[in-house]
Design a protein around this ligand. Structure first.
Ligand code: PNS
Length: 166
């Protein structure tokens, strides 16, 4: 059984993430998307919301499941009995951070490899942060996120603005 994990924040999931998920899923028997419970950042969406949005947008890919995780990605991979960590590489700016993470992970778990997939050029400069910024100013995010994610992003932005949290 060839199993991989794809860890990330997914706050929110973008079309770039979805592209990586679809392509990685074709390379393995099972792909487990791991949503990081990240206490250091204040995410727009709770981990449960992020898991649920990802589960919705990947529901037609039978060998993908979505789980929340906390702690190290290599420990999550081990818990899932996965030997691969998938990461998307958008542009050269990602490279240093990703290489540092992959090398650190390799020292911690030498039997787990990081598999880098280059992001579709269409999404090379897309990030969850960009999506949030565009949405904050009322811009069109339909080219950046799956359709089911658009409403939740604008609703949450409106709530946050109302509470004066921006
Ligand atoms: O979507 P992101 O925010 O780029 O994903 C980053 C993520 C979740 C893959 C990374 O921060 C991570 O693996 N965090 C868990 C802690 C860990 O394992 N760090 C790697 C050692 S440097």
């Amino acid at each position: 059984m060839r199993r991989a994990v794809y860890p990330g924040s997914f706050d929110p999931v973008t079309l770039g993430h979805l592209d990586i998920i679809g392509r990685a899923a074709r390379l393995v028997d099972e792909l487990i998307v791991g949503v990081l419970v990240n206490s250091a950042k204040t995410p727009l969406f709770s981990v449960e919301e992020r898991v649920s949005m990802l589960a919705e947008v990947t529901k037609d890919i039978p060998n993908v499941r979505v789980e929340a995780f906390s702690g190290l990605s290599v420990d999550f991979a081990k818990e899932c009995s996965a030997r691969m960590i998938v990461r998307g590489l958008r542009a050269i700016t990602d490279f240093e951070y990703e290489l540092q993470m992959a090398q650190t992970n390799r020292i911690m778990a030498e039997d787990i490899d990081t598999l880098f997939l280059t992001t579709n050029l269409k999404y090379a400069y897309l990030s969850s942060t960009t999506v949030k910024e565009v949405a904050f100013y009322g811009g069109d995010i339909s080219h950046f996120v799956p359709e089911t994610v658009i409403g939740p992003v604008f609703r949450r932005m409106a709530e946050r603005k109302q509470k004066g949290k921006f």
